[in-house]
Every structure is written in structure tokens, then in C-alpha cells.
Design a protein around this ligand. Structure first.
Ligand code: HEM
Length: 231
């Protein structure tokens, strides 16, 4: 029991929690993206609706989803406690900012970027997840595929991406996500002590590639759907 308390109260322990939850969320993003890319099929939403129907009714996925929400909460909560501890330890800040001599802007702005992503996640969950799970008909339309009646999640998403402001918000949020991942990916490995001069370059390179490709593909979805369904 005492190791749990030690982990939760020490700065190192909290950084390990940030790293582990962060890596889980990085994995979640890849899976979520693979599902969302079904939106790009030119099939009137069939592939995406079948995918969301499967996700909503598979007990294992539902269990992972609960873990996912818990990890998002833990990642945000622990980051706030680290931020508060940091502020208390150094209330006035450095007289001379290190600038970009030994750190990047994204590494110095992780809390700011994370706060924006948190706001994005709240609005995003409200717009889609909450409406699909708790509102349902008649706000959410139904569709029958292969004789099975299900939520038309595609219509919900497609309608939202007809509003230019929503598309712009998603694109901006994905740029912010890219900066957060740019530093977060390799930083997680550092916090876990998984750094070795031989592999640091590869980890950092992979992290940067991930930080560009994944948010870019997420951002492509609203842009494509806006242009495809316009008019
Ligand atoms: C084009 C971009 C995106 C689209 C179209 C999209 C779409 C959706 C939809 C339709 C759902 C509800 C699924 C359901 O309940 O059946 C959902 C859930 C969710 N989305 Fe997204 N999403 C996008 C990007 C993101 C990003 C970038 C994040 C995180 C930074 C994110 C985080 C989540 C989370 C945490 C859930 C709840 C998942 C769960 O039930 O475990 N999404 N998304």
C-alpha cells in the first residue's frame, strides 16, 4: 500500500503516471483514428455506422472505454498537481527565461497545450459521445443496415462538419495536439527511464513522425467531409 502512496506523492512517481497514462492515450488515438477513417468511405456512412455500432455493443471495448476515461482523468488530474507543486516551489519564476536555448516551445507549454486539449475533449465528448450514449432518438437519427437498426453516427458527425466554425475548431485543436505530442511522446520514455544514447534519436524521430501524421489525418476528416458534403 505504501508504494502506492509514495508513487502518488513523489514528483517522480507522478511523472511516471503521466508517462504511462500518456502512452496509453497515444495508443488510444491511433485506434480512434483507424475507426474514424471509416468516415472517408464514400458509402453514405455505412462503414462508420457499423464500426460505432460494434464499439458500442462489444463488452471488451466498453471495459477498455471505462479505462480510457479513467486514464484521461488521471492524466489531467496528476498534471494539475504537478503544475501546482511546481508553482509553489518557484512562485516568481526564473528571472532570465531559458528561452529556446535548452528547451522547445512545446516542451515549455505542455500545460497550456494540455488545457486546450482538455477543453476540446469535453466539447468533443458532449457533441458526439454524450449524444450517442445518452440522448438518442429523435435527436440522433436511426439507420437500418443489414436488417439491424442503429444510431446514424455518421449523420451526426457529417452534420457537425457542415459548420465551418466546427471544422476550424477541430483543425486548430489538431494543431495543438500535434505540439503536445511533439514533446509528450519522447518525454514519456524519458520519464520511464527508457533512454539510451543509442535509441534516443529513434524514439524522438518516431515521436515527431507520430505527432505530425496522426493529428494531420484527424484534421483531414472534418476538412474532407466539409468539402465533400458542401452544397
Ligand atoms: C476527426 C476527428 C474525430 C472524430 C470524427 C471523432 C469522432 C468521435 C465519435 C463519433 C465518438 C463517439 C463514439 C461512440 O460513442 O460511439 C468519439 C469518442 C471519443 N473521442 Fe473522438 N473523434 C475525433 C478526434 C478525437 C481526438 C483527437 C480525441 C482526443 C484528443 C478524441 C477523443 C475521444 C474520446 C476520449 C472519446 C470517447 C471514447 C470512449 O468511449 O472510450 N477524439 N469520437
Amino acid at each position: 500500500m505504501s508504494w502506492i502512496i509514495n508513487t502518488l506523492t513523489s514528483t517522480i512517481g507522478r511523472k511516471v503516471i503521466m508517462a504511462l497514462t500518456g502512452l496509453f492515450l497515444i495508443l488510444f488515438l491511433a485506434v480512434h483514428l483507424a475507426g474514424n477513417l471509416q468516415l472517408l468511405h464514400d458509402d453514405g456512412g455505412e462503414a462508420f455506422n457499423l464500426y460505432t455500432q460494434f464499439m458500442a455493443h462489444n463488452p471488451l471495448i466498453q471495459l477498455v472505454s471505462k479505462g480510457n476515461f479513467f486514464f484521461i482523468f488521471l492524466h489531467i488530474f496528476v498534471s494539475i498537481t504537478l503544475y501546482v507543486r511546481n508553482k509553489k516551489a518557484r512562485p516568481i519564476g526564473y528571472k532570465v527565461s531559458a528561452g529556446n536555448s535548452n528547451s522547445t516551445w512545446s516542451s515549455r507549454s505542455m500545460t497550456l497545450l494540455g488545457t486546450f486539449i482538455m477543453m476540446f475533449i469535453f466539447l468533443h465528448l458532449y457533441g458526439y459521445w454524450y449524444h450517442l450514449k445518452f440522448v438518442g432518438e429523435p435527436i440522433i437519427k436511426m439507420v437500418t443496415i443489414d436488417g439491424v437498426s442503429m444510431h446514424n453516427a455518421y449523420a451526426l458527425v457529417a452534420e457537425s462538419y457542415q459548420i465551418p466554425g466546427v471544422v476550424a475548431f477541430y483543425v486548430i485543436a489538431m494543431i495543438v495536439l500535434a505540439f503536445h505530442l511533439w514533446h509528450g511522446f519522447s518525454s514519456a520514455f524519458q520519464s520511464l527511464g527508457l533512454n539510451h544514447p543509442k535509441y534516443n534519436g529513434i524514439i524522438s524521430g518516431l515521436g515527431k513522425l507520430y505527432a505530425i501524421i496522426v493529428p494531420a489525418l484527424f484534421a483531414l476528416i472534418p476538412i474532407y467531409m466539409y468539402l465533400n458534403n458542401a452544397g
